[in-house]
Design a protein around this ligand. Structure first.
Ligand code: FAD
Length: 460
């Protein structure tokens, strides 16, 4: 049955038992164990066109794999066709226009490597192995968010295969409605074979904040951090991680199994100017360790890679917080103490440029709140029910402190009501655009915007 497809595409067409099938079907979250009927590993962007048309003709469910990093495992379909872009990784930089053309399977490392040759960067995320496609289409929060916004805010154009199997360019002058929707609307509108991202001057050396505090000082650390953030400049973005350190060889023995707060971030300006400005962040309490240093931007972007669990079962959720009050912090700590397995809680402060963009500028709605709370738990086989229950309990107990009950869909389970809340007043417009471009919802293996959703379009 796949012979026709094999003749059409330059890449590989794999079915169960073929060499490479096992590797390609695997994604970052080991808890997701699905078996696509066919995997099309694209070698050229046009392969994605053939795959979409083939799927339509044979009525096959479609999933799209960029870097395969979504915790919810939406890159994989059970029995359908997986359009795998992970080998389309070319990045071409136009130094004059400050635009990077990036193929749909590139990782953040692929982008930083090429753009930094010119002392340029586009805002992405904080782990270099992550795929840019999923990250950019659903937001994209990294160390440059306060200065230059989210990854989706820096998309200038995309090439996309529509539900009809057409390969079109989408920008603010070509299909502007779709251009609005893909900047936050995830994989709902088609297969993005390439992006054009706006670049900005960064580095090559940056001042990277990295201070470890004892968990006993959690209240003092966040009290002082909140005070600091009241007047923080756009050059600074800070992520705080609450974690029980593993007994890993790269961690000094006295810190093994110790619960700590790691305050990491960037000063995205001249390192010399930044030193005194970030000094208070190095004194939020008495530090256990301070690895703050000037380093190449590409190194900062890879710094967390070693901490990322591999081949692990993960459950995760997220919630934007209106304000990190003492009460909210107490609740987070209490929940963390009840975790059924090793858990990591992150609090990423959000201020600056990303929050000044109007909520309806593009589909990414959340432009307020003080912190993004991210929660992950790593669990053993057979513990999934317990892990999910804990995640759900954590989320429910913190909803009262949330910013309009919104979550970051790139780091959240796949849940209809969470999706709806997180798009806020942009949801109805997304539904209308989905009805126009994908009325039969062929792109539904994602955090789905159902074209049949019942909602009223509010016209501005
Ligand atoms: C270790 C780790 C670190 C992370 N760090 C950050 C971070 O610092 N900042 C941040 O913002 N997020 C972060 N994330 C979350 C990340 O943004 C999401 O996991 C995102 O989905 C990753 O994109 P991907 O292409 O790898 O995902 P995939 O799992 O391949 O895809 C997820 C979904 O995106 C859509 N999609 C993917 N590729 C395409 C395409 N080419 N065309 C159309 N739709 C597509 C599909 O709907 C797919 O189901 C992290 C995740 C992990 C696991």
């Amino acid at each position: 049955m796949t012979n026709i497809l094999k003749q059409q595409v330059q890449g590989s067409v794999l079915i169960s038992g073929d060499e490479g099938y096992e590797t390609q079907r695997k994604i970052w979250n080991a808890a997701v164990d699905k078996w696509p009927g066919i995997i099309v590993v694209c070698k050229e962007e046009a392969d994605a066109v053939c795959a979409v048309r083939y799927a339509r003709e044979h009525n096959l469910e479609i999933s799209i794999k960029g870097g395969g990093h979504h915790v919810a495992g939406t890159a994989v379909t059970e029995g359908g066709i997986m359009i795998d872009l992970s080998e389309l990784t070319e990045v071409v930089v136009d130094e004059n226009s400050r635009i990077a053309r990036v193929q749909g399977g590139a990782t953040l490392a692929d982008i930083d490597r090429e753009t930094q040759r010119y002392g340029l960067a586009t805002p992405t995320g904080t782990v270099s192995e992550t795929g840019v496609a999923g990250l950019a289409l659903n937001g994209g929060l990294g160390y440059l968010r306060a200065k230059y916004g989210l990854t989706c805010d820096n998309i200038q154009a995309v090439n996309l295969v529509t539900a009809d199997g057409d390969h079109i360019r989408v920008s603010d002058t070509e299909h502007p409605d779709l251009f609005w929707a893909i900047r936050g609307g995830g994989g709902n509108f088609g297969v993005v074979t390439s992006f054009e991202f706006q670049l900005h001057e960064i580095g090559p050396e940056v001042l990277a904040l990295d201070v470890m505090y004892d968990f006993e000082d959690v209240k003092t650390v966040f009290h002082n951090l909140n005070t600091y953030l009241e007047a923080a400049s756009d050059e600074i973005s800070v992520n705080a991680t609450l974690i029980d350190l593993p007994p890993a060889p790269f961690i000094p023995e006295f810190l093994h199994h110790r619960r700590v707060i790691i305050v990491a971030g960037i000063y995205a300006g001249s390192p010399e100017e930044g030193e005194p400005i970030i000094q208070p962040l190095r004194e939020l309490a008495q530090p256990l360790a301070d690895m703050t240093a000037v380093m190449p931007y590409v190194e900062l972007q890879k710094k967390l890679d070693a901490m990322v669990p591999q081949n692990a079962n993960i459950a995760g959720t997220s919630l934007y917080l209106e304000e990190l009050t003492e009460e909210a912090l107490d609740q987070i700590v209490a929940q963390m103490n009840g975790a059924p397995a090793p858990a990591m809680v992150q609090l990423w402060e959000t201020h600056g440029h990303m929050n000044r963009i109007p909520t309806n500028e593009n589909a990414y709605y959340v432009r307020g709140g003080q912190y993004l709370l991210l929660v992950d738990v790593i669990y053993e086989d057979g513990q999934d029910q317990k892990a999910k229950e804990w995640i759900d309990e954590m989320r429910q107990s913190l909803l009262v402190y949330s910013y309009e009950q919104t979550s970051y869909l790139n780091l959240t389970e796949n849940d209809e009501s969470i999706i709806r809340e997180s798009y806020g007043s942009n949801y109805a417009r997304l539904v209308a655009i989905k009805q126009k471009y994908d009325p039969n919802n062929i792109f539904h293996v994602n955090h789905n915007i159902d074209p049949k959703s019942d909602c009223e379009l509010v016209t501005e």
